[in-house]
Design a protein around this ligand. Structure first.
Ligand code: MV4
Length: 499
């Protein structure tokens, strides 16, 4: 199929990222937007835009039929789902294919195989990919579960078979708690996934979360090394880096080979990610495969010099990946901080309002992937991620220094953000030593529930005052020789270095 137009079935930062990749590839991009996103930067960047409904995602971005209709009406031949929303729903991928369109992602069969966690475990084990010891099918009989838990040794972890993202999980440390955990996990799984099936694994204590990027075209399946994603809170990643301090070239090759085998076992095409738990002793276990482009893909792009969304578009069109065969090595160090409209000084509660002033960091080695501009409204309808700040430098210490510099340049006024949290984390000696695991932030309440430091408060207050000044200047009647009354406040802003 000759693809010239791609419908981007997503919003915000990732929609803009995909639209830019389409344009780099000489393709046109069609945006879809809800009522809340009519004035979003990604809608302006697209070659055409189709309204799809009211703000709630269930009435817009999750309506597969309406999105397919928008694709047909706009003359798009392909659909890129981005991440979240419909990106990992096998029925959506299938519907796209059945409508005669190209799905920019893996085959529906690969999404489906990886979506069922116990099926994925069976297929991975058969392919020689290390999985956490435990049940290979859903458990129905509590006595069978008890016997398995005893043979694995406590603690064990009860997981939902349809799960992912930590829903329906229960750690069980003593046999007496097992029966209750099975029941409550099943009930939570039923609510979250419409499927009460649960199973058991040995609970791995204090692992790192290390994931491997894979890329597969019709000819080859390769890996692009690891991302270290241990800095997370309640299953939301906050900072990711590539490479990982815990992975040397030999381990990278072993984990990479496991990820390639995992992808090959399900007939994978496109970009995908295998999640692993990595223990302190160097043993690693396959957790699940994310069959989409991920939020944190830019750190891999920077250390491998690859544009993953471009590769997705090429592979979907039947073209070969541009990555040349042969050994690949990561170059330098990349770190991504997710900038969210959440207030870490207030339990990470989402913050809403109009962004009155926004100054994005820039300069050498700095990338700003954002979905918002000054003047935009931040609502509670969607994810709280406003932007991703990504840096690249020669080594980890340089990357940390560069991220600190960039975070000091960042000004967001109008909504609270986690900017000061990131600065505190980057200054922490354990973080700087690379001494992290998935429980790091749980242990370190001192990094989380703190007000921003005085210098950050002061800078944001100055920016807020200037933003208010600009607003008033804009409302003044035009002065002679100044067609729209804008030059005065623009000059003021420029002198303050805030535009
Ligand atoms: C685990 C685990 C420890 N042992 N499995 C969390 C969500 C899902 N992707 C799998 N998860 C985990 N599975 C065993 N056998 C710990 C977690 C886990 C976790 C994994 C990756 C990233 C963050 C996490 C936070 C809490 C628990």
């Amino acid at each position: 199929m000759n693809v010239t137009r791609v419908l981007v079935a997503n919003r915000g930062e990732i929609a803009l990222r995909i639209i830019r990749a389409c344009h780099d590839e000489g393709l046109e991009a069609v945006a879809i937007y809800s009522d809340a996103d009519r004035a979003s930067p990604y809608v302006r960047a697209a070659d055409a835009a189709v309204p799809i409904g009211p703000a709630p995602a269930a009435q817009s971005y999750l309506l597969a039929d309406r999105i397919l209709e928008a694709a047909a009406r706009s003359g798009a031949q392909a659909v890129h789902p981005g991440f979240g929303f419909l990106s990992e729903r096998a029925p959506f991928a299938r519907a796209v294919e059945e409508a005669g369109l190209v799905f920019v992602g893996p085959p529906a069969s690969a999404i489906q195989a990886m979506g069922d966690k116990t099926e994925a475990r069976r297929r991975m084990q058969a392919a020689g990919v290390p999985v956490v010891p435990g049940a290979m099918a859903a458990l129905e009989d509590p006595a069978v579960a008890g016997e398995l838990a005893r043979s694995l040794g406590y603690p064990v972890l009860v997981k939902a078979a349809a799960g992912g993202g930590g829903k329906g999980m229960r750690v069980v440390r003593v046999p007496e708690d097992l029966a209750g955990a099975l029941l409550s996990a099943a009930s939570e799984a039923q609510k979250a996934f419409g499927d009460p099936a649960v199973y058991l694994e040995k609970f791995i204590e204090r692992p790192r979360h290390v994931e491997i990027q894979v890329l597969a075209d019709a000819e080859r399946t390769i890996h692009l090394g690891e991302r270290e994603c241990s800095i997370q809170r309640r299953h939301q990643k906050l900072l990711e880096e590539a490479p990982s301090v815990a992975v040397d070239p030999e381990l990278r090759e072993r984990m990479g080979a496991a990820a390639v085998a995992a992808a090959a076992a399900v007939g994978y095409r496109s970009a995908g990610t295998c999640e692993f738990l990595l223990s302190a002793d160097g043993s690693f276990y396959f957790l699940e495969m994310n069959t989409r482009i991920q939020v944190e893909h830019p750190v891999t792009e920077l250390v491998y010099g690859v544009d993953l969304v471009r590769e997705q578009l090429r592979i979907a069109r039947g073209l070969p990946m541009t990555v040349a065969p042969g050994p690949l090595t990561p170059r330098g160090w990349a770190i991504e901080c997710r900038i969210t409209s959440e207030d870490p000084a207030n339990g990470f509660l989402p913050s809403t309002g109009r962004i009155t002033c926004l100054r994005a960091p820039a300069g050498p080695g700095v990338r700003w992937d954002s979905g918002v501009d000054a003047g935009d409204e931040v609502t509670l309808y969607y994810d709280s991620m406003l932007a991703k700040l990504i840096v690249h430098a020669a080594g980890r210490a340089d990357a940390i220094a560069r991220m600190e510099r960039a975070l000091h340049e960042l000004v967001v006024v109008g909504v609270a953000t986690n900017q000061a949290f990131h600065l505190r984390l980057l200054a922490d000696s354990a973080f700087r030593a690379g001494d992290i695991d998935i429980q790091f932030l749980e242990r370190r309440g001192d990094l989380v529930d703190r007000p921003p430091p005085p210098e950050v408060v002061r800078r944001l207050a100055v920016a807020a005052a200037l933003a208010e000044h600009e607003r008033r200047q804009r409302q003044k009647p035009a002065v002679a020789g100044d067609g729209n009354g804008a030059s005065a406040w623009l000059g003021q802003a420029r002198r303050e270095g805030l535009r």
